[in-house]
Design a protein around this ligand. Structure first.
Ligand SMILES: Nc1ncnc2c1ncn2[C@@H]1O[C@H](COP(=O)(O)OP(=O)(O)OP(=O)(O)O)[C@@H](O)[C@H]1O
Ligand SMILES: [Mg+2]
Length: 251
């Protein structure tokens, strides 16, 4: 079953076309990748999927529901319980005055369905799952290393048990050695927690490592979608071929 369907989505800022007729589906349990150069429109697409930007042209379905029609307070709350995003740099998106423990607990406080005791248990459980030692609970985000901060951002995104998580350049700011640890963690978490991922990156190696299928984007268009192995073995589009050869910066 498709958890996400993107149909004929276009988007402009000040009459400049940023996304041009985007179409793809994401199956339940899949890690779908979007790869493309800086500025090609990847984050804009992510923001539209999360209802953080207003969709004007085209349709996005989440579990067969048109996300444009999700308007009631309770429906929106429910949407953000199920759909989450992890950004590249949690440093700028995390409130530096709140402790690690509270940042993870906060979504549970906002959703009000949990007693203090249950919240504590959930925080401990998710910290354990993402490999963030309990000793960091009273620390502040800036006291963590980049890799641990990204584990924190993942914990915050997962604490409400979402179904679908968008990871936008979530390892791009990290050293290669740390990247692998986070990618393996994401793979583990996906299986343990029955998640579906949209994994966005400009780095083909990273996307190739973690994704089941990949959509290649160039200048606001998806130019090719293939299963990962097939994309690497038999890229169809000239841009993809150049991208694979690492000389895409000439384009
Ligand atoms: N708020 C905005 N107002 C006007 N133009 C914008 C705005 N945000 C993004 N853009 C433009 O939209 C285009 C796509 O940006 P977007 O951030 O989606 O690209 P991206 O593929 O995520 O790039 P990166 O790999 O650098 O993260 C760029 O040309 C950018 O300058
Ligand atoms: Mg981006």
């Amino acid at each position: 079953m498709n958890i996400i369907e993107v149909k004929n989505v276009s988007f402009s800022y000040n009459e400049i076309m940023i996304l041009d007729n985007i179409n793809f589906n994401i199956k339940e349990g899949e890690t779908f990748g979007i790869v493309g150069n800086s500025g090609c429109g990847k984050s804009t697409l992510a923001l539209l999927l999360l209802k953080l930007l207003k969709l004007k042209e085209g349709t996005i379905l989440f579990e067969n529901n048109d996300i444009k029609l999700i308007k009631k307070k309770n429906d929106i709350k429910n949407f953000y319980r199920n759909v989450q995003i992890v950004f590249q740099d949690p440093y700028s998106s995390l409130d530096s005055k709140k402790t690690v423990g509270y940042l993870i607990e906060e979504p549970l406080v906002i959703h009000k369905n949990y007693s203090k005791n249950k919240r504590n248990k959930k925080v401990d459980n998710i910290m354990n799952l993402v490999g963030l030692d309990k000793k960091y609970k009273d620390n502040y985000p800036h006291q963590l290393s980049g890799g641990l901060r990204q584990r924190l951002a993942i914990a915050i995104a997962l604490v409400l048990n979402p179904k679908f998580v968008v990871l936008d350049e979530c390892v791009s700011a990290l050293d290669i050695s740390i990247q692998a640890g986070i990618l393996n963690l994401l793979n583990d978490l996906k299986l343990k927690l029955n998640l579906t991922f949209l994994f966005i990156s400009h780095d083909l190696n990273v996307v190739g490592y973690i994704c089941d299928r990949i959509g290649v984007m160039n200048k606001g268009k998806i130019i090719e979608i293939q299963e990962t192995e097939k994309l690497f073995e038999n890229p169809k589009d000239d841009f993809t071929k150049k991208f694979l050869n690492n000389d895409y910066y000439e384009l």
